[in-house]
Design a protein around this ligand. Sequence first.
Ligand SMILES: [Zn+2]
Length: 256
Amino acid sequence: MAGPVHPGGLRMPRTTAECLRQKFSVILNGIGSQPEAALKIPDAKLYTGYADLSAAQRRGVDFEIQIRRRQHSPIAIIAPHGGHIEDGTSEVAQSIAGDDFNLYLFEGIRSWHNYTALHLTSHRFDEPECLSLIAECQHVVAIHGCEGDEPSVLLGGLDLELKDRIAAALHERQVVAHVSGHRFPAIHPQNIVNRGARDRGVQLEIAHPLRRSTEVSQVVAAVRSILLPLQAAHVPYARRQTLKHRAHARRQRSLK
Ligand SMILES: [Zn+2]
């Protein structure tokens, strides 16, 4: 691709990142007197994956990634559209994770148009640090935010058993929860929530009125009430694995 013409008449080479930035820019207000930065916004709908997003947007300026690992936890709570992309989802994910579960946040930190520029759709969300974390986790719960008038949670994902258990816990706390018949089934195998160690997870789409209400604490409590016993049941398994590895190492040493 030819580069832009320098004021001196020389054609400047264009980097791949610059080409991609142009590819993912849309003209909002037509060509006018406004500065270029005010006219163009990268269109996240065109991203085919994280490589496209990271070529068009800058980590530390437009987005940030936060990871908190809990070494013995087989559970990851993720918010792939955190920060200002889907407001409130980072906070909910953090509260669910607490000090108990692994946490991953991909956060929009732009001053404007976070959704337009950074909403990498879930079945294309392949950010490497997220994939690396959830590959080690038996259970993945993704927190999203959606529009809607009803203060409710729409549950999706391929972990049907865990989905039903979380829905039951939400109902117990008088939170309206739908497990089917809505627009976010999250059954695509490439959806980030389904890319953990067991190829299945649970996605929660929390409607805007609920995210903005104090009742969202009931969502946090409901999810934790299911995940904490699940994690406790995994600990003997983790201990068994450690003992197995130690025994194997001893056998290997004795053979030398
Ligand atoms: Zn989302």
